[in-house]
Design a protein around this ligand. Structure first.
Ligand code: IMP
Length: 200
């Protein structure tokens, strides 16, 4: 099996990515396994941050690398929180990130806004080495609406407020297998797999 470094230490992502990438003969190892420190994410777009993370991990390990970047974009807020989704409520301060405070801020910012459309976005970047001029880039979007009252206990982040009209529930009310199959990350992963298997 070929080794691949995942530019994340998130256990859930490691599990999900490992299972799929094993089918194309990659053994996925988290960057912590190689003592790779987290890369800076200074950019204003998801794709730039994901490329920076993948390149950083590949450079420090000498292995092919996979990075992801994701967040939620709300129409009435001009695409915010966007790349700042994880630290939305703590931006510009030293406070630790908090899903509860992020959601509180999101609902406050949307007070009096009638347009509740939002989408999750995920981008995956695979590089064969740090200077790969042709990274594989796969993206996924998952559309829904923001509601004011949370529902459901699954998922994480903004999921209890992310309403899916076609299912009549929030993302936090979906079983995790169902969410993984249809979410922004699921779509991006399926596209990445397609690209990896068709690359010669
Ligand atoms: P990261 O790309 O894993 O760092 O995620 C960035 C942030 O986007 C997370 O901390 C969440 O706030 C938000 N986010 C990304 N994907 C999801 C999701 O599937 N559900 C809920 N929140 C998400």
């Amino acid at each position: 099996m070929k080794k691949l470094v995942l530019a994340s230490n998130n256990a859930g992502k490691l599990r999900e990515f490992s299972a799929l990438l094993a089918t194309v003969d990659f053994e996925v190892l988290p960057q912590a396994h190689f003592n790779v420190p987290e890369a800076e994410e200074p950019h204003g777009t998801f794709v730039e941050n994901a490329i920076a993370k993948a390149r950083h991990a590949a450079k420090l390990t000498g292995l092919p690398a996979l990075a992801d970047d994701s967040g939620i974009c709300v129409e009435a807020l001009g695409g915010a929180p966007g790349v700042y989704s994880a630290r939305f409520a703590a931006l510009g301060s030293n406070e630790p990130k908090s899903d509860a405070r992020n959601n509180e801020k999101l609902i406050a910012d949307l007070k009096d806004k009638r347009d509740r459309r939002a989408h999750y976005y995920c981008i995956l970047v695979f590089v064969r080495h740090a200077d790969d001029p042709q990274p594989i880039i796969a993206e996924g979007e998952w559309h829904g609406e923001i509601i004011d009252t949370p529902r459901g206990a699954n998922g994480f982040g903004y999921d209890p407020y992310f309403w899916l009209p076609e299912f009549g529930c929030t993302a936090a009310e979906l079983a995790s297998e169902k969410k993984n199959a249809i979410s922004h990350r699921g779509i991006a992963l399926a596209r990445l797999m397609e690209r990896l298997t068709s690359r010669r």
